[in-house]
Write a protein that binds this ligand. Sequence first.
Ligand code: RB5
Length: 144
Amino acid sequence: MKIAVGSDHAGFEFKKIVIAWLERNGYEVSDMGPFNEDSVDYPDYARKVAVAVADGNCDSGVLLCGTGIGVSIAANKIPGIRAALACRPEFATLARQHNNANIICFSARFTDEATIDQSLHNWFTAEFEGGRHEKRVNKIEPCC
Ligand code: RB5
């Protein structure tokens, strides 16, 4: 599986931790930047990751910014993207099981490495449950 990863400057250090976890666990990583801690705008990187996932070039994505909120909002503007902000590991599980999310977003300023590791584990082991959740997910579409 190929995973797109991106952040802004606030998420830059944690992005390295995410990439290390992914590589340790056998995933191919497409690092969409940034590549240093200079101040950048999170929508630029959220868009890169979201487009890679929406186009099918990557299987899913991981995004980080200070709160995780900005990258979530920006990624969800790309049709076909369901980006979920995981504030705790259980959110990562449920985002997959109930929402069939295809991008997981983290706060770099309000989390720790253990939480991100556990969230990534949950994210990649949980599966979409379909059924009543599929009907609901299918209703999440641009309407105008
Ligand atoms: C950058 O300072 C910060 O605004 C950004 O990382 C993010 O938290 C936005 O949602």
